[in-house]
Design a protein around this ligand. Structure first.
Ligand code: ADP
Ligand code: MG
Length: 400
């Protein structure tokens, strides 16, 4: 293929067949577009033995809006390259990319059909003890091995340039850090919480902290981030979890990836009283807080070990500096988790955790709590010195 063209199901099938050895001439293939995502086409190509692969193709616009929102197809290259890099450093928890075609802007990858989307499972009240340790391993390894602790100065700068991703970063910059704090037409605010949402627009102290978090997002290229690590980007089964959908990847602050996931655990925590009966809700909340704790404990432990064992730059090989570095990642993560809570409540892209609460009164209560806790996390991120203080803050918010 010499120029870009949107795939039909048959073309996705031919693409998968050509670039994999799984199918072969005599297989009876079927292909179906089934993506429920916001931006891209996702096909499942399957043979008559049930073996399957996924073809994900970037459209030249955002699928959820249509052609009026043009969007670079280079995001497919970013996604393929980030996933390949993360797979190299954490093969157990990153989806495997089999092939990338830069002209068709299409990725051929492992089909995770035996897994389920984490958000759906959490909303159904499922609990997985392996979630936090495995995601901590993913975060620590992918972020450490793409950072200045390991890469040479020259290599690092080349990598930063290779993963600039300006168009998708701009979406995050707007949706996370700008829109929720002003009366923006892209916001999606339920009337029941409009008054509460409006208080954000005039909260100068909060806006100053969000400005600092945005400035870091713009100018702190610490590691190659996933960039969109919410619970819809994680597939899980009874033993394992795997990350997909890295098209927002770029070199940014490590706390952003950690905080995005932490924020999604907390969003689910906040939604529990609206999603489950009282007793189940309390149990699910205890589980989620324990996972939040483990996520940070395992992440910081692994990252600390990697820093002390694998740091290449002699100047950065200093345990006092490394402790300070990790403490900063912690407070950044809490701040970005707070931003996630707020933007998922009043911004353009909501989450089913809150939106699927059918009782309108309960839904509004949960949304108000998300805004309140989001603000607390952002404002107090510098004062919280460890994860158990975060747990206390979350519990206190809930009962007050
Ligand atoms: P978008 O970037 O457009 O949001 P996603 O990468 O999130 O697209 O994929 C959209 C949906 O397609 C996912 O929610 C999931 O249902 C399905 N999907 C994507 N990748 C895979 C995969 N590797 N295996 C199985 N299903 C997948
Ligand atoms: Mg995506």
């Amino acid at each position: 293929m010499s120029e870009y063209k949107t795939f039909s199901a048959d073309e996705a099938m031919a693409f998968a067949d050509k670039h994999s050895e799984l199918f072969g001439d005599h297989s009876k293939l079927t292909a179906k577009e089934f993506g429920d995502g916001n931006l891209n086409l996702v096909f499942r190509v399957e043979n008559d033995k049930g073996t399957s692969l996924i073809v994900k193709q970037a459209l030249p616009y955002a699928r959820c809006v249509g052609e009026s929102w043009p969007l670079t197809t280079d995001r497919a290259r970013i996604e393929a390259e980030v996933l390949k890099m993360h797979h190299r450093f954490c093969p157990g928890h990153t989806v495997e990319v089999r092939y990338f075609d830069p002209v068709a802007c299409a990725i051929l990858m492992e089909d995770l059909k035996a897994y389920r989307i984490l958000r759906t499972e959490l909303n159904a009240g499922k609990k997985f003890n392996h979630l936090a340790p495995q995601m901590a391993k993913y975060l620590a390894n992918t972020l450490f091995y793409t950072s200045d602790f390991v890469l040479s100065s020259e290599h690092k700068k080349a990598e930063v340039a290779r993963f600039l991703n300006p168009e998708l970063c701009l979406i995050t910059e707007d949706l996370f850090f700008t829109d929720p704090y002003c009366n923006h037409e892209r916001n999606n605010i339920e009337p029941a919480i409009l008054e509460k949402a409006k208080t954000l627009w005039h909260d100068e102290a909060l806006k100053a902290e969000v400005a600092a978090l945005k400035a870091d997002f713009l100018s702190k290229p610490q590691a190659l981030l996933h960039g969109d690590l919410h619970s819809g980007s994680i597939f899980i089964d009874e033993e394992n979890c795997k990350v997909i959908d890295a098209e927002f990847g770029f070199y940014g602050p490590i706390g952003f990836d950690v905080g995005s996931l932490l924020g999604n655990l907390l969003l689910n925590y906040i939604a529990c009283p609206g999603l489950h009966q009282a007793e189940d809700a309390a149990e699910q909340q205890a589980y989620l807080l324990q996972q939040a704790e483990q996520l940070w404990q395992h992440f910081s432990q692994t990252f600390t070990e990697l820093m002390s064992r694998e740091t290449q730059d002699p100047a950065l090989d200093n345990s006092l500096y490394q402790r300070r570095f990790l403490q900063q990642v912690f407070s950044d993560a809490i701040g970005y988790a707070g931003c996630e809570l707020i933007r998922r409540t009043v911004g353009l892209a909501h989450v089913a955790d809150l939106d699927s609460i059918s009782d309108a009164g309960k839904r509004a209560d949960c949304q108000r709590l998300a805004l309140k806790l989001g603000r607390e996390l952002i404002m107090q991120r510098g004062e919280l010195s460890n994860i158990s203080q975060l747990q206390t803050l979350v519990r206190y918010q809930h009962t007050s």
